[in-house]
Design a protein around this ligand. Sequence first.
Ligand code: HSE
Length: 430
Amino acid sequence: MMLMKKTVNIGLIGFGTIGSGVVETFNRNLPLIEDKVDAKVVLKKIVDLDIVTDRGVQVDPDLLSTNVDDILEDPDMDIVIELIGGYQPALNFILKAIENGKHVVTANKALLARHWEEIMDAARKTGVRVCFEASVGGGIPLLEPLNDSLAANKIQSIYGIINGTANYILTKMSEEGRDFEEVLKEAQKLGYAEQDPTFDVEGHDSAQKLIILTILGFGVYIKQENFHVEGISMITPQDIQFASKELGCVIKLLAISQLLDGQLEVRVHPTLVPEDHLLAAVNGVFNGVYIVGDVVGPVLMYGPGAGMLPTASAVVSDCMDIVGDSKKPLIYGPQISSVESIKPMTEIESRYYLRITAIDKPGVLHSISGILSNFDISIESVNQEKRDEGQEVPIFMVTHHAKEQNMLNAVEKIESLESVTKNTVFIRLL
Ligand code: HSE
């Protein structure tokens, strides 16, 4: 007698770009998917407010519905995929799915970053799984490898280029010597950047993803308001050129989570990365995450950080993981963390690059170096390329290791000098 394979029913909430990618993935690869999980896999219902627009993928119209209860209240539904994004109603849908005993797959980094404990506590109570590989790094196998394949390691550091928009802009600025605003406008035209780019270019998207990486890497859940987040809008082609010519570095928006002497540093900001570092080669819209474990050493995970099919690849693979092991305990990150405290941003130490804009006249450099020295900041190099007596010129400086608080104090004093005409830009070196 032939044994019947088990059937797994999946409901998809959100038929937008990634939802369409999920449908396309099932259309293309269902036999392979079913073969790998040894089950019959059925995409049973797709719910969206708009079920009229042609999504460019083949779909049985009978699967479409505008009523989310067709998924959440269907007793035969095993897995709910949430791809509507945002906080509400996504949170309520996920909590309802969990309450009704359904496993959840989501790409919703914003929701996880803000409601991690609530979602995971609810899932542990009903014994369902919550998988979210697509929430960081799109299609890159990143979270499961970090959580599972590197489980034997104490994670020491995670450095991520995890926002494709910002990385695309910095790459273009660097390759073509163009201004931030100009490249941003072009990226918006090409659809690489949102009409309101704040979320991506000011580091918020990276911050949400870093929260998830920090949980998996260090077992610490830190809210966004509790760490430093800074974007790339003040970077100019001058900074990029100086970094390359004088320091052999590229500028990247890095999300950093690293453990030093029991203290965890969590921060997002532009960073000068040496050209021979693996992360320096992560260009354009691609993402790369560099993880150092105490046993494995450094590992780079690289690939497409967004997009319809890459992200769908992670979503569908999560579903398959659940089919393969629906009882796997929800353990994310080390349960006994090596983190003793979170280091306040003001206490981090770094080498700094500074761009000071000042009137070119005798004594200005003397005043600036005096201020730096008063705050115990030692100068490694000073460059003033243009001589333009009485006019505004950029002065580039690199410091030895200094404390962030001292740098903040020094920059405040420098900016109060009469001869300093613009805000000072300072960028930390990796
Ligand atoms: N907006 C993100 C980025 C992709 O630019 O990388 C989605 O996480």
